[in-house]
Design a protein around this ligand. Structure first.
Ligand code: DAH
Length: 341
């Protein structure tokens, strides 16, 4: 019987040291010390042994039980330590990992272009002035030489808010505000939203303009050209040139449409150019010498007082700069579009 006990004991010790998990260890424990375990089974046979043998076998069995319990305890400690190690490894925080960046918004391309235009012209001495988007019919039209029956009113489909009140159709509406609120010299820029009843791939019912006005003694068309050349070079690159094409705007005389040389073709127009459609030029704004009637209405009677004005669509500039194909993308608020700028 002693030999049997020894065989069981040796076998169990091997199994204990081979147990790879706490569950496996528990199984070993039950298989030997449990009610139906191997050791218990042997001890059940103790009754059939002679009384003189019993104490010896009992002592040997207890000895094995103690050894096995000790071995179980030791193995359990080792397995628990390994499990803790594994957990610590898997839960380890790598504090050297760069943190996840907070989501950062970007400025809208229209805001960026407006700021750029203003920043360039501010260097030439223009002050920013704003005017209301809900404007009087008088300041939007009459005061810039577009009387009620003037056909030019049809050029700008107008949202009327009520009799004599409208959503301004252009930032030229601030020209008279500027001239009436200060004496000359007047040198202002007015960025802001304007509204027209119009909507397609190149027109939006709301868009943005920047208006410029410079009134002083002896201001000449060449000054206008100088200012606009500077603006074009700063916006489109050092090689950018401008050209003025005679055109009509009621508030200026003479008036011109201003083109900038295509920044893609760079002076050598290419037939298939996506930007200028092979013409070599891009229309960017309207401008001209302030109509004498406006100066008169503003009460500027000083001899030799002249001025120039210009107005441009900011979306158009932003679309050219970024090659944006459709104006409507600007107003859809799609972050996939907006975060590119
Ligand atoms: N107000 C014009 C428009 O919205 C743009 C413009 C043209 C403004 C000529 C000017 C100018 O000041 O001189 O189409």
């Amino acid at each position: 019987m002693i030999a049997k006990l020894d065989a069981i004991g040796e076998q169990v010790l091997k199994e204990i040291s081979a147990a790879a998990s706490l569950e496996a260890l528990e199984q070993v424990r039950v298989s030997v010390l449990g009610k139906k375990g191997a050791l218990s089974e042997v001890l059940k046979g103790l009754g059939s042994v002679g009384p003189e043998e019993r104490p010896r076998i009992g002592a040997a069995a207890n000895e094995w039980k103690r050894k096995i319990e000790d071995a179980l305890e030791v193995r359990k400690g080792a397995l628990e330590a390994a499990a803790l190690d594994a957990r610590l490894q898997s839960e380890r925080l790598d504090v050297s990992l760069p943190s996840r960046l907070p989501h950062r918004g970007t400025l809208h391309p229209v805001t960026q272009a407006t700021r750029r235009i203003v920043e360039i012209l501010a260097r030439l001495g223009f002050d920013v002035m704003t005017g209301p988007e809900i404007e009087t019919e008088f300041l939007n039209f009459d005061a810039v030489n577009i009387p009620a029956d003037h056909p030019a009113r049809d050029m700008q489909d107008t949202f009327f808010m009520g009799p004599g009140v409208l959503l301004r159709t252009h930032t030229s509406s601030v020209q008279m505000r500027a001239m009436r609120s200060q004496s000359w010299p007047v040198r202002i820029l007015c960025p802001g939203a304007v509204y027209r009843c119009d909507s397609d791939a190149t027109h939006s019912p709301m868009f943005h303009q920047v208006e410029g006005l410079w009134v002083d003694r002896g201001v000449k068309m060449s000054d206008l050209k100088g200012v606009l050349s500077c603006l074009a070079r700063e916006l489109f690159g050092a090689e950018a040139k401008i050209r003025l094409r005679p055109s009509y705007f009621p508030f200026v005389e003479p008036g011109a449409e201003v083109d900038v040389s295509c920044f893609q073709c760079k002076g050598a127009p290419k037939a298939g150019c996506r930007i200028c459609k092979g013409t070599g030029w891009l229309e960017i704004l309207g401008a001209g010498m302030v109509h004498p009637r406006l100066l008169e209405m503003a009460g500027f009677r000083e001899p030799g007082l002249t001025g120039f004005a210009f107005g441009m669509g900011v979306e158009r500039i932003a679309m050219l700069l970024h090659e944006i194909p459709d104006l409507r993308l600007m107003f859809q608020g799609d972050v996939r579009f907006l975060k590119q700028f």
